[in-house]
Design a protein around this ligand. Structure first.
Ligand SMILES: [Zn+2]
Ligand SMILES: [Zn+2]
Length: 339
C-alpha cells in the first residue's frame, strides 16, 4: 500500500479536527478532516458501529464468528468488534482461522490469530480443509490438479475457504459470520461481477437470513482498506505480511490495483460507486438450495460442492454416491466473483 505524503504530513501546524488539541497524523482527503491518532482510532470504531446499525448487521444476542485469516483487516476487525460488542453482554465473539494446509504459511498466521485473540479474551478455533474435505490445498497443487481442472490455486482456495467458513459456523453454533471485507473489497467484488456479465448481483456483506444458512456480514464495508491498515498500525496489531506461496496475479488483483490508483486521484470514488451501485441492485430473488450443502445457489449443486467433488475425483477419493452429484468439470472464470 502506498501513502500519499499529503495524507500523512503533520498538516502545517494545525490541530486535530475532532479534539482541537492534538497534532493530526492523518489527513482524510475525501472529508477534509485532519485526525490525531486517538481520534482516528475512535472514529474508525464509531464508523463501524454506525455501519452495523445502519444495515442491521448484528443483533444484541448474536454469537459472532469472526473469519480471521491473520491479515491486518481480519485482526483489526476482531479488535474493533471486541470494543463494540462490550456494550452487548448477551453477544459472544469467537475467532476462526481456516487452515487450507499451505505448508507453514497458514500455521504461522493461525498462531498469530490465536495469540491476538487470547490477548483480547476471545476464544479461538482452527479448522482445516483436511477436516472438512479430506485434502489440503498443498496436496491439490502438488498433484497438479488445479491445472487439470483449469482453475488456479487461489480460486480453489477462495471457493473452498468460503464453504469451510459456513461449515465451521454451523459446527460452532455461530449465528452470524463476520468477514473483514473493506470498502475496497466490496467495490471490487461488484466490479468483477459486473464485468463478468452476472445478472443477479447480490449485495456483499449485508445480512440475509435463510433457514439453515449462517448469514455473512462485513462490518468494515464502508471503511477504505488504507484506513484499516492505518488503524492496525496505530493499534500495534501484529499481522501476517508474508504472502501466500501460491499467490498469482488474478483478475481481482488487477481491478484492485486499478481502483486503488483511481481512488488515489478521486478519494470519494469508492463510496460513490458503492452507494450508486447498491441503489441499482434488485431485491434478491428466492434462491434454490444446493442439493449437497444447502447453501443458496442458482444451480442444483453449488460451485464449492462441485469443485470439492471434482478434486476428490481427481485424487481418486470420490465415493460412488458422491459421483452422482458431479455433473460437469468446473472451468476457469466460474468462481471469480465470490467475495
Ligand atoms: Zn484528536
Ligand atoms: Zn453446496
Amino acid at each position: 500500500m502506498s501513502w500519499d505524503s499529503a495524507e500523512l504530513k503533520p498538516c502545517n501546524g494545525r490541530k486535530c479536527t475532532f479534539c482541537g488539541a492534538r497534532t493530526p497524523i492523518y489527513y482524510r482527503r475525501y472529508s477534509g478532516e485532519m485526525l490525531c491518532s486517538t481520534c482516528f482510532k475512535k472514529n474508525i470504531v464509531e464508523r463501524v458501529r454506525r455501519t452495523i446499525s445502519r444495515y442491521d448487521l448484528l443483533r444484541p444476542d448474536d454469537r459472532i464468528m469472526v473469519a480471521a485469516s491473520g491479515g491486518k483487516d481480519s485482526l483489526a476487525l476482531l479488535k474493533i468488534l471486541q470494543i463494540i460488542e462490550a456494550d452487548f453482554p448477551k453477544s459472544e465473539l469467537i475467532a476462526v482461522t481456516i487452515d487450507e494446509g499451505i505448508g507453514g504459511y497458514r500455521e504461522r498466521a493461525a498462531e498469530l490469530v490465536e495469540r491476538f485473540a487470547s490477548s483480547l479474551g476471545i476464544p479461538f478455533y482452527k479448522m482445516g480443509f483436511e477436516e472438512f474435505y479430506g485434502f489440503t490445498l498443498s496436496e491439490v497443487v502438488e498433484a497438479g490438479i488445479h491445472r487439470r481442472l483449469g482453475v488456479n490455486p487461489c480460486t480453489i482456495c477462495g471457493v473452498l475457504r468460503r464453504k469451510a467458513l459456513s461449515l465451521a459456523a454451523r459446527k460452532l453454533g455461530a449465528t452470524v459470520i463476520a468477514t473483514a471485507h473493506t470498502l475496497d473489497d466490496v467495490v471490487n467484488t461488484y466490479l468483477l461481477n459486473l464485468l463478468k456479465g452476472e445478472r443477479n448481483i447480490k449485495p456483499v456483506g449485508l445480512r440475509r437470513e435463510g433457514e439453515g444458512v449462517v448469514p455473512r456480514v462485513a462490518p468494515l464495508r464502508l471503511i477504505p482498506e488504507r484506513e484499516i491498515a492505518l488503524y492496525a498500525y496505530l493499534e500495534g496489531i501484529p499481522f501476517q505480511s508474508e504472502t501466500c506461496p501460491y499467490t498469482h496475479s488474478s483478475m481481482r488483483d488487477r481491478i484492485r490495483n486499478f481502483m486503488a490508483w483511481y481512488a488515489a486521484h478521486k478519494p470519494e470514488a469508492l463510496y460513490a460507486f458503492l452507494k450508486n451501485f447498491e441503489r441499482m441492485l434488485k431485491p434478491p430473488k428466492a434462491e434454490n438450495r444446493c442439493a449437497i450443502c444447502g447453501e443458496p445457489t442458482s444451480r442444483r449443486i453449488c460451485r464449492a460442492c462441485e469443485l470439492e467433488l471434482a478434486i476428490k475425483r481427481a485424487l481418486g477419493r470420490l465415493d460412488p454416491d458422491e459421483a452422482e452429484g458431479l455433473e460437469r468439470e468446473p472451468h476457469v472464470g466460474d468462481y471469480e466473483e465470490e467475495a
